[in-house]
Design a protein around this ligand. Structure first.
Ligand code: PNS
Length: 161
């Protein structure tokens, strides 16, 4: 079975990687789908996010990385996939996730959302919190891969080449 793991991934964290690793073990193929939403203010462009994720996940043979625009149900249909994976960290995630899953089901009743529990090591982790800690020069080396840490530091220095 092939599953889609969609998200903003701005940037990818060890929490996302934990979910992707779990999926790669359980399913034949995982498509990590980065939402391309030009109206959202992101630290990394879609291309930068794609490059980072490709590097971080290069050792996985059954993980594909892609981008999508518009509705997730349409993207899933275009890939011929009917299962979406989302990670749940804490009860606080539940309301938003329930809303999204039910809306997606309303739009396409064939689309099923499966939830995986994040490792307890990462319950506190989000891309936003990583960026905030980095902005104030806090330690992020144990919560994002090294190349992501370097990319964030470079961004914050305003060095975009
Ligand atoms: O990492 P995120 O930001 O929590 O991921 C959210 C994402 C990308 C999965 C969600 O915003 C999404 O699927 N957006 C595409 C637009 C869409 O299909 N919206 C209707 C479902 S609520």
């Amino acid at each position: 079975m092939t599953v889609i793991y969609p998200g903003s991934f701005d940037p990818i964290t060890n929490g996302h990687l934990d979910i992707i690793e779990r999926c790669a073990k359980k399913f034949d193929k995982v498509i990590v789908a980065i939402l391309n939403n030009p109206s959202k203010n992101t630290m990394f462009s879609v291309k930068e996010r794609l490059d980072l994720i490709e590097k971080v996940l290069e050792q996985y043979d059954n993980v594909e990385i892609d981008t999508f625009t518009g509705l997730l149900i349409d993207y899933a249909k275009s890939k011929g996939v009917s299962t979406v994976i989302r990670g749940l960290r804490a009860v606080s995630d539940f309301e938003y996730e329930l809303q999204m899953a039910l809306m997606n089901r309303k739009l396409d009743e064939e689309l099923e959302t499966l939830f995986l529990m994040s490792s307890s090591k990462y319950t506190f982790l989000s891309s936003s919190i990583v960026k905030e800690v980095a902005r104030f020069d806090g330690e992020i080396s144990n919560i994002v891969p090294k190349i992501v840490e370097d990319a964030i530091r470079k961004k914050l220095k305003g060095d975009n080449d």
